[in-house]
Structure formats: structure tokens, C-alpha cells
Design a protein around this ligand. Structure first.
Ligand code: UDP
Ligand code: MG
Length: 241
């Protein structure tokens, strides 16, 4: 009888050990498979169409554009003109964010005519923050610094000089463009924007007052930033972290 009980417990013990081994192998395999999936997912491009020139430039200007057929030519002319004048090798990277007007046609036209202009296009409208991020991630491997700026001409492009200066002379890897006045905005826009910043600060999120996404970021910072797996992005809240 004693032998039988001993044998029984040995078999149960062995089965338990086999179960534990099997289960932990399964767990480890799922974690590895999950990580591989995540890795593949993060490498997947979020846009489907791109016109790109393969070269290295010190400065990449990232411009998100959603239904901006009126502003794209202006941005190309003013920003392109400024950088050409300053004699800084640059690229102007437009991110078409699923526009329904002629924005993408215009971008591809500029890219064919002039090697300074390149464009990427998201498969659908994904919102300002995702468009900026797509551009920054595209630029980070082929430049030293990026400057993100809106397409609509509301930001003072002349401030880029001071931004680049802060990087070159003071080693600042992130430089925020801050609006000193909002006189091109309607009262409603000013009020909602100011309330938004105040609310954010009250909730403990340290935003930079009156800073949208007009910002210099070094490629070094962007490589670190690429490790964030956050899906619901709020860049101007995350960068100060
Ligand atoms: N934008 C975008 N996707 C959107 C909405 C806007 O890429 O879904 C671009 C837009 O073309 C502009 C920038 O993001 O270059 C800022 O947009 P907007 O001027 O509407 O924002 P605001 O000035 O009100 O912050
Ligand atoms: Mg605007």
C-alpha cells in the first residue's frame, strides 16, 4: 500500500513538473512572439506612399499638411527661400495627412522639381500629432536636427535661425518655438487655447505655454523618443518629460 501511494505521488509530481515546464515554455514563447509582433508593428510604416531622396542633410524641416493646397506653395517658397539664403543644406519634408484636396499633388510636384523637397503620405487622416511624428521618425535617420512647423504660416519662420543657433552654440537638443502673440487667431481660438494650457498645468502636465509643435529636436533625442510605445500621442506634452 505504502509503495502504491509513493508511486502515485511520484507520478502526480512528475505530471505537475511536466505541466509547469510546458506552461512556462508557453508563457515565454508568447512573450517572445508578442514582442516580435510589437517590434514589427512599430517598424511598419504608417503611410503608403512616399517620394524620397536618399541622402543625408543636417537640417530636416517637417511640415504636416492636411488639406493645405493653399499653404503648401507658400510654405515651400518661404521656408525653402529662408534656408537657401542662410546657405544651410536642408530638406523640407511634407507629411500629407490624408488630404482630400490637391495637397499631395502639389507636394509630389515640388519633390520632382527640387531635391530639397520630399513628401510622405499617410494612408488616411490621422491627425496633426501623428502626422508630425511620422515626419520626425522619417527624418531622424538622415539628419542632425529636425524642426517641425505648421504649414499655415502662423509661426514665425525667422525664429529658426535662433533655434539652430541654440543647438549649434549652446548644445540645446530641444528648442521650443513659443508664440509671443496670437493676433492671427480668433478670440475663440485664443480663449480655448489659453484655457487648454491652463487646464493642462492645473492637472500637473508641464506644458510649455503657447508652444504648439514648432520645435527643434535633435536626431539623438528623436532616437530616444522612438522608444515610446504610446499610441495616443500628445507630443508637446511628452517632449518636456
Ligand atoms: N494638420 C494635420 N492633420 C490634421 C489637422 C491638421 O496634419 O488632421 C496639420 C495642418 O495642415 C497644419 C498643422 O497640422 O499644418 C496645424 O493644424 P491647424 O492649423 O489646424 O492647428 P492649429 O493652428 O489650430 O493648432
Ligand atoms: Mg494653425
Amino acid at each position: 500500500m505504502f509503495e502504491f501511494v509513493k508511486c502515485f505521488y511520484t507520478v502526480v509530481g512528475a505530471l505537475f513538473v511536466i505541466y509547469l515546464l510546458g506552461y512556462s515554455t508557453f508563457l515565454i514563447a508568447s512573450v517572445i512572439a508578442g514582442s516580435l509582433d510589437l517590434y514589427k508593428e512599430s517598424n511598419k510604416r504608417r503611410y503608403h506612399n512616399e517620394i524620397s531622396h536618399d541622402y543625408y542633410v543636417p537640417v530636416s524641416i517637417v511640415v504636416p499638411a492636411y488639406n493645405e493646397e493653399e499653404s503648401v506653395p507658400l510654405a515651400a517658397r518661404t521656408i525653402g527661400g529662408l534656408l537657401a539664403e542662410a546657405d544651410i543644406p536642408y530638406e523640407l519634408l511634407f507629411v500629407n495627412d490624408g488630404s482630400r484636396d490637391k495637397t499631395w499633388e502639389l507636394i509630389t510636384g515640388f519633390a520632382k522639381e527640387d531635391e530639397h523637397f520630399i513628401g510622405i503620405s499617410q494612408s488616411r487622416n490621422r491627425g496633426h500629432q501623428n502626422a508630425v511624428l511620422a515626419g520626425l521618425m522619417e527624418a531622424k535617420d538622415k539628419c542632425d536636427i529636425t524642426i517641425s512647423i505648421d504649414c499655415d504660416g502662423q509661426d514665425d519662420i525667422n525664429a529658426m535661425d535662433a533655434m539652430v543657433d541654440a543647438y549649434v552654440n549652446d548644445g540645446c537638443e530641444v528648442v521650443y518655438g513659443v508664440r509671443s502673440k496670437r493676433d492671427t487667431d480668433t478670440f475663440f481660438k485664443r480663449f480655448t487655447a489659453e484655457s487648454f494650457y491652463k487646464l493642462l498645468n492645473a492637472m500637473g502636465a508641464e506644458g510649455v505655454y503657447n508652444h504648439a509643435d514648432y520645435r527643434l529636436m535633435s536626431a539623438r533625442v528623436l532616437h530616444e523618443f522612438a522608444n515610446f510605445k504610446e499610441v495616443n500621442l500628445f507630443l508637446r506634452g511628452m517632449v518636456p518629460l
